[in-house]
Design a protein around this ligand. Structure first.
Ligand code: FMN
Length: 190
C-alpha cells in the first residue's frame, strides 16, 4: 500500500507538516510505503482552463511542479491532504493544487458539465491546522473542501482539525492531536 501526503503550508516545519507526517508514520508502521510533498515549494501554477485534460486519457499540458504529482496520486492507494486555515479557508497553495486536480476528471463525450472520474474511491484524509481553538468554527469550509475531493473521485476517510495551533511547534506539543493523526494513519492501511 502506498500513502502520499501533500502539505499546503508555507511553513515547512509547521503544524500541518507535523500532523501529516504523523499520519504517515502511523501508516508506515502499519506496513505502507509513504512519501510527503510540500506543495508550497514545488512551483505549481494555476490551472489555465485549456480543458486539454478533459478526455479519458487527457493529461495536464503544463510542465511544472505539479507534473510528477499526478503519477504519485494515480499510483497511491491513499493520500493525505493537509492545509493550515488561512482566512477561514484552505490556503491559496492548496487551492491551486486542488484546481490542478481538474485533470482527474474528464467530460463524457466532451459534453460540458458531464464529468466522469479517472480515479474512484481512492482514500483521503484531510488535515487542517488553525489558531482558533474551536475546530467547528470553519467546518463549513472543510465540508466544502471535502465535497470537492469527493467530486474528484476521492473517498474521504477522515478529517483531522487541530485547533489552538498558534506557534509552529503547537501540533508537536499537543499529544491528543499527534495520537489522532497516528491512529488515522494506522486505520488508513486497514
Ligand atoms: C494569512 C494567514 C491567515 C490565517 N487565517 C486564520 C484563520 O482564519 N483562522 C485561524 O484559526 N487561524 C488562521 N491563521 C493561523 C494558521 O491557521 C495557524 O497558525 C496554523 O496552525 C498554521 O499552520 P502551519 O504551521 O502548518 O503553517 C492564519 C495565518 C495566516 C498566516
Amino acid at each position: 500500500m502506498k500513502v502520499v501526503g501533500f502539505v499546503g503550508s508555507p511553513r515547512k516545519r509547521g503544524n500541518t507538516t507535523a500532523i501529516v507526517n504523523e499520519v504517515l508514520r502511523g501508516a508506515s508502521e502499519a506496513g505502507a510505503e509513504t512519501k510527503i510533498f510540500n506543495i508550497n515549494e514545488l512551483g505549481i501554477r494555476g490551472c489555465q482552463a485549456c480543458y486539454k485534460c478533459q478526455t479519458p486519457e487527457g493529461k495536464c499540458v503544463q510542465t511544472d511542479g505539479m507534473t510528477p504529482l499526478y503519477d504519485e496520486i494515480f499510483s497511491a492507494d491513499a493520500v493525505v491532504i493537509g492545509t493550515p486555515v488561512f482566512m477561514f479557508q484552505i490556503t491559496g497553495q492548496t487551492k491551486t493544487f486542488i484546481d490542478r486536480l481538474f485533470a482527474l476528471l474528464y467530460l463524457k463525450d466532451g459534453k460540458p458539465g458531464a464529468f466522469k472520474n479517472k480515479i474512484k474511491g481512492k482514500k483521503v484524509i484531510t488535515v487542517y491546522s488553525q489558531t482558533q481553538p474551536e475546530t467547528g468554527l470553519f467546518a463549513s469550509s472543510f465540508d466544502l473542501n471535502e465535497a470537492v475531493l469527493g467530486f474528484l473521485g476521492f473517498k474521504v476517510e477522515g478529517r483531522i482539525a487541530a485547533g489552538g495551533m498558534a506557534g509552529p511547534d503547537s501540533a508537536r506539543n499537543t499529544q491528543t492531536v499527534m495520537d489522532q493523526a497516528h491512529n488515522a494513519g494506522i486505520e488508513l492501511v486497514k
